[in-house]
Design a protein. Structure first.
Length: 350
């Protein structure tokens, strides 16, 4: 090879190296990854709980609703297969593998007491509080809350199950130390309940409905104990600090989806599967459609919401579930204020 050709080839190789390095960096993923579909602009990846076959998030996944809404902000969603209980996902939040999830006051209070960086941005008023409560095994001899004395009850620790149990025992005048609370997440609790390893189970949502349908004896519901453990939307705090505009746009889109659910609840059931274990039919489908028609649109927290949350936090603190007092200000994130201070935000404050 001539000296002139060798020189040209060397220059070409060094010219290519920066491009190769850039491509390698872009392929690394993460919050600052570059997506070719976004015109080469940085794409913020928001990791969202994949809730399955029903509800606003399922429809959003099917239709690409969040990606469409977030694209102007240089963001997109990644659906994360996570357990149904918020309290079971604290490791995912801590590891940055989950950014946003629905839940209730109680597990967020529990998470903050363990220094997990999550905060609530929105609250939904209770609609159907008969979808969570305490079920007793048919063979346990338990027919009312007072019968739990001397018995074992499965609860998801520092979460809704433990809150329901404490609130029900307090209402019934049963000393807390007379009932053994067995800390189990829903998947393990379902097995323990069905095999008689526990006498009762404080549960919620689909696991509650399924256990009740299989013969569980309902001895209390959130409605009967005057629960204030309302539904929420919670974000990883780091995401709220970095991208309040993305969080606000996510909430705005969720509000719109919930309004659509209220208007057309049938479209929000059996979203991906019309038959099979995840699909509803008959009376259960009718009840789910009715709940969808009455779905509560999430809103920014109010003073009344703060009072409800404080009742949950105080009950946990007074009974040693958490080791330090937590206030509503610790739990609610002032997203509206943060958004107003953000010079790059383009999302309106509702």
């Amino acid at each position: 090879m001539s000296p002139t050709r060798r020189l040209h080839r060397t220059r070409a190789v060094f010219a290519i190296l920066p491009v190769v390095a850039l491509v390698a960096a872009c392929g690394a993923g993460g919050d600052d990854a570059t997506d070719a579909s976004a015109g080469g602009q940085p794409t913020f990846v928001l990791k969202v709980t994949d809730v399955g076959n029903a509800g606003p998030l399922a429809v959003a996944k099917r239709d690409g609703t969040f990606d469409e809404a977030l694209a102007p902000l240089g963001a997109k969603v990644e659906w994360v297969n996570a357990p149904p209980a918020f309290s079971a996902n604290l490791k995912l939040f801590n590891a940055g593998q989950l950014d946003v999830s629905g839940g209730a006051y109680s597990p967020v209070v529990g998470a903050l007491s363990k220094d997990v960086g999550v905060r609530i941005i929105a609250v939904a008023d209770p609609v159907d509080q008969d979808q969570a409560g305490i079920l007793a095994s048919p063979n346990s001899g338990v027919t009312q809350v007072k019968d739990l004395a001397g018995k074992r009850i499965a609860v998801n620790p520092a979460g809704k199950g433990e809150y329901i149990t404490l609130k029900a025992l307090k209402q019934a005048g049963v000393p807390f130390d007379q009932v053994e609370r067995v800390p189990l997440q829903p998947s393990d609790a379902a097995s323990a309940f069905s095999t008689g390893q526990v006498d009762a189970w404080a549960s919620f949502n689909d696991p509650y409905a399924e256990a009740k349908a299989r013969g569980g004896v309902e001895i209390a519901t959130e409605a009967s104990i005057d629960s204030t453990d309302n539904t929420i939307v919670a974000f990883r705090t780091e995401v709220l600090e970095q991208r309040p505009d993305v969080a606000a746009k996510y909430l705005e889109t969720l509000q719109q989806l919930t309004e659509r659910q209220r208007a057309n609840p049938e479209d929000f059931q059996n979203v991906f599967e019309k038959a099979g274990p995840r699909a509803l039919s008959g009376e259960r489908l009718e009840r789910a459609v009715d709940r969808g028609r009455r779905a509560s649109v999430p809103h920014y927290p109010t003073a009344a919401d703060a009072a409800d949350l404080q009742e949950v936090a105080d009950l946990f603190y007074e009974n040693g579930v958490i080791t330090r007092a937590v206030t509503a200000d610790d739990v609610f994130y002032p997203l509206q204020e943060k958004l107003a201070q953000s010079p790059t935000s383009t999302t309106p404050v509702n």
